[in-house]
Design a protein around this ligand. Structure first.
Ligand code: SF4
Length: 497
């Protein structure tokens, strides 16, 4: 399965198996990486929020496994007093119960990171904490700017000194500068938003305000939750569930919400006429139990499977999903086609953190270490194998071969996304076209490379059905139609300036 393609280079986490130390990192195959997860909390009764932020980040771990951090402060405490804990690794590695107990604050933000711009280093971990003339500002960012390089150079020419190589610091710097003349921090955020272009969902905490902002296109999600007298901002609703909070509503594309003791204030003056929410959040990135903009991620994956069954029917005995995100689409295919659903793959959940791949292991496939096939399920059967995407196309042939080696008489591959043909500049690392198999191969050619008896992708014209109609979504990695002009310089991946 493409999800198993290793991505570990220079210590980067594997986005496929979602392990920080990936056993497959000698497999030279990028897979779309998630972006980051953000979480913010403000307890108006003054209780400590650090433990709940920890649990919120835990629920968002799938959005980034390289590094994480929490910054909290007391709204009634001494000015500029911020407790921060950040580090490389997973949430349960970076935070210990002792370090969490030391973190006292009734307002704070948290972040889990997967680097899509800026190196994976300790210096680039978030949240960023700014200590400037107007006080403190804690910031967590999900997304990528397309004009970060230009803005950074402009700021450097006027005396800015950056501590990190991430575009999030450009945003923080702009907000701090704007705050010098703006009467309120939320106005400074808005002024900064007028300068930055691209994808960003931001969570900020100033001394007595929790602020959420979503770029005008709404590429990345952000929602508001509430638990008793505590307000929460989170990338996904699954993080609200994890802390026992109720979903209030999504932050709308282009909206700035300011949460204070007076409640939620909203500014929608930056909204775009045509939002461009990332459709791949629904297909792959997000957790299936999350809801974005009123749509259940799991349901959209079921719908994708149904569409595949309508558009690419085949005579078969069983439908199987490649775990995890292919499974729901496989259920949808089964429901629509009437072909029984089965579990063919067993996933080894433990290899990621403990396995060291010996050098002489040519006969052991990395895919086989991570996945195994239940022979009894597929032997002598015509199998429909549903997966979420194909990137380079080097892992899927192994998965198909595993099924055939286990006795499947036919393997028909169905993919619950359209073919990837173009890179993404909005907070994922879908690579350049020359690394994408579908850019210069026909569907028939790809089927042959996979060793599949047939191959069918989701029709790009039916993507809107995944989110109940065309409410404005981005499909640039499939169509090449970018809602925002791509950057002049590609800053995705590791870079140092
Ligand atoms: S280009 Fe693709 S992955 Fe990137 S934001 Fe658009 S739909 Fe999402």
């Amino acid at each position: 399965m493409e999800n198993l393609i290793a991505h570990c280079k220079g210590g980067r986490a594997c986005s496929g198996c979602r392990e920080h130390t990936c056993p497959l990192h000698d497999v030279d195959e990028p897979k779309p990486g998630e972006e980051c997860g953000v979480f913010g909390m403000y307890d108006l009764d003054g209780n400590n929020v650090a433990p709940s932020i920890y649990y919120g980040l835990f629920a968002l771990q799938h959005r980034g496994q390289e590094s994480c951090g929490i910054a909290v402060s007391r709204t009634d405490g001494p000015p500029r007093n911020v407790n921060t804990c950040k580090g490389m690794g997973l949430v349960n590695e970076v935070f210990q119960s002792e370090s969490l107990e030391k973190m006292q604050g009734d307002i704070g933000v948290g972040h889990v990171r997967y680097s899509t711009a800026g190196a994976s280093t300790e210096a680039n971990t978030q949240p960023l904490v700014l200590n400037y003339v107007k006080g403190i500002l804690m910031l967590a960012h999900n997304g990528n700017l397309v004009n970060a390089v230009d803005l950074r150079e402009e700021l450097e020419r006027t005396g800015a000194i950056f501590q990190t190589t991430i575009d999030s610091e450009v945003i923080a710097y702009l907000i701090a500068r704007e705050r010098l003349t703006a009467g309120k921090v939320e106005v400074a955020v808005k002024n900064a938003m007028e300068r930055i272009k691209g994808a960003y969902s931001l969570v900020l905490a100033s001394p007595r305000k929790l602020i959420g902002a979503r770029d005008p296109y709404g590429f990345r999600p952000l929602c508001i939750g509430k638990r008793d007298n505590t307000y929460i901002l989170a990338s996904e609703t699954c993080a609200l569930d994890a802390v026992g909070a109720s979903f209030v509503r999504d932050v709308e594309p282009g909206e700035i919400v300011t949460i204070t003791a007076d409640g939620i204030a909203s500014d929608k003056s930056m909204a775009s006429a045509k939002p461009a929410r990332c459709i791949f959040e629904y297909i792959y990135f997000a957790r299936p139990d999350s809801y974005f903009d009123g749509v259940c991620v799991h349901s959209s994956r079921i719908t994708a499977g149904r569409i595949l069954a309508q558009a690419h029917p085949v005579e078969a005995d069983i439908v199987v999903g490649v775990p995890e995100s292919g499974s729901a689409a496989a259920v949808g295919y089964s429901m629509e086609s009437g072909i029984p659903y089965g579990t063919a793959f067993v996933k080894n959940s433990y290899v990621g953190r403990t396995f060291i791949k010996p050098k002489q292991s040519a006969r052991e496939s990395s895919v086989m270490i991570k996945l195994n096939v239940l022979r009894e399920v597929v032997r002598g059967k015509r199998v429909v194998m549903v997966d979420d995407s194909i990137v380079r196309g080097t892992t899927s042939p192994r998965t198909v071969k595993m099924l055939k080696d286990a006795g499947a008489t036919e393997v028909h591959v169905r993919i619950s996304s359209p073919p990837f043909k173009y890179p993404c500049y909005f907070g994922t690392d879908i690579p350049s076209s020359d690394q994408l198999i579908a850019y210069d191969h026909s569907v028939e050619e790809i089927a042959e490379i996979l060793g599949a008896d047939s191959l069918g992708y989701l029709d790009i014209n039916r993507l809107g059905e995944l989110i109940d109609g065309d409410t404005g979504y981005c499909h640039a990695c499939f169509s090449g139609e970018y809602p925002v002009d791509p950057p002049k310089q590609d800053i995705r991946g590791d870079y140092e300036r």
